[in-house]
Ligand binder design. Structure first.
Ligand code: GLY
Length: 372
């Protein structure tokens, strides 16, 4: 008889882990009142360890590089299992800067990556416009980072749901209230009987903090607002690569989709507020238009906000929280990027095997409140 795994949270991390565990022989129940509807649904879908890198965050960079290297084979495997595309785009990323302050920030990033033995190509504004004619005249310089990729997050979620279902994952559409490990691991829900399992995995993103006392104060919601724009007939063509930029110190990104762009993202901490604000929409449109002026002709299709599951060091928590209770949360800005390596590490933990070496930095035991 195979063992029972209850996965709490059906975003990109929960679905990826549920699919991987079911393929590894576990009987998996995914507990989520509304799977695939939170931060993973709102996300921009950048797979961007290099252009998210910052001095002091080297373990996160190593984790991200290891995961982005898994992405092409993982996406192909997922597409085969799901019978539908996983949404991966491999055109790469450019980073654009406008004023001197923004160019100085990019110099810091480029120097940091050079010191780590990962030089990036510096380009003038004219060279960037040769690569991406959609970039406007305010772009004065930047970087080309061909190995930072992207994925259509909604195509990805549809593929994961289909692959998980075909692998035997059962979805319990109730809201989890509290989880426990020990000799009788369980998920208590807001209504009905608890879900009993041999192992419970908490992968509920920003909501993980309310499910177990050890996660309270470790994982926190970090709001991000995002826009979806649709290309319209006659409008200036879209960029083909992800475009990231700094505009007067504010970060903005434009991630291509089949027939439009995702523009993101604001960052603020207001508890569990998921309402997009007029100011957030204004900032994103103003900054994105400075970089790609043609978007003024595009359709405004959607404004939404999601809650990134922030962690104190931006590195996720992946591993054992207590006997019978695993955690995969706190992925901060990088949940979609880190899905393949997180799923691999969770399956290793379920088997009692060591996690890949780069995942050791994500050991939940690094936080004082988590004792095992
Ligand atoms: N990964 C981009 C963001 O969190 O906005």
């Amino acid at each position: 008889m195979s063992e029972r795994l209850a996965v709490v949270g059906g975003g990109v991390i929960g679905l990826s882990c549920a699919w991987a565990a079911a393929r590894a022989g576990w009987r998996v129940t995914l507990v989520d009142a509304a799977p695939a509807s939170g931060a993973s649904w709102v996300a921009g879908g950048m797979l961007a360890p290099v252009t998210e890198a910052w001095p002091g965050e080297e373990p996160l960079l190593e984790l991200g590089l290891a995961s982005v290297a898994l992405w092409p084979a993982w996406a192909a495997d997922l597409a085969r299992a799901a019978g539908r595309p996983a949404g991966l785009r491999t055109e790469g990323t450019v980073v654009a800067a406008t004023g001197p302050g923004d160019r100085a920030e990019l110099d810091t990033l480029a120097a940091h990556l050079g010191r780590l033995g990962r030089p990036v190509e510096r380009l003038s504004g004219r060279e960037l416009r040769r690569l991406e004619p959609a970039l406007g005249p305010d772009v004065r310089g930047g970087l080309s980072v061909p190995d930072d990729l992207s994925v259509d997050n909604r195509a990805l979620l549809a593929a994961l749901r289909s692959a998980a279902q075909q692998a035997g994952v059962v979805v319990d559409r109730r809201a989890a209230r509290v989880v426990g490990g020990g000799p009788e691991p369980r998920v208590e829900c807001v209504e009905g009987p608890p879900v009993q399992a041999d192992v419970v995995l908490v992968s509920a993103g920003a909501h993980s903090s309310g499910l177990h006392p050890a996660l309270a104060g470790v994982v926190r919601p970090v709001k991000g607002e995002i826009l979806r724009l649709g290309h319209r007939a006659g409008a200036f063509p879209m960029p083909t690569r992800t475009v990231r930029a700094l505009v007067d110190g504010r970060p903005v990104y434009l991630v291509p989709r089949e027939n439009g762009l995702v523009v993101g993202a604001t960052q603020s901490e207001n508890g569990f507020d998921t309402e997009p604000t007029a100011g957030g929409v204004r900032d994103l449109l103003r900054d994105a238009e400075r970089i790609v002026p043609g978007i003024a002709e595009y359709a405004l299709v959607e404004a939404a906000a999601g809650l990134r599951p922030g962690s104190p060091d931006n590195v996720p928590l992946i591993g054992v929280l207590e006997p019978g209770l695993l955690v995969a949360t706190g992925h901060s800005r990088n949940g979609i990027l880190l899905a393949p390596i997180t799923a691999a590490a969770v399956v290793a933990s379920l088997r009692g095997d060591p996690v890949p070496a780069v995942v050791e930095a994500a050991d939940p035991g690094r936080f004082a409140g988590i004792r095992r």
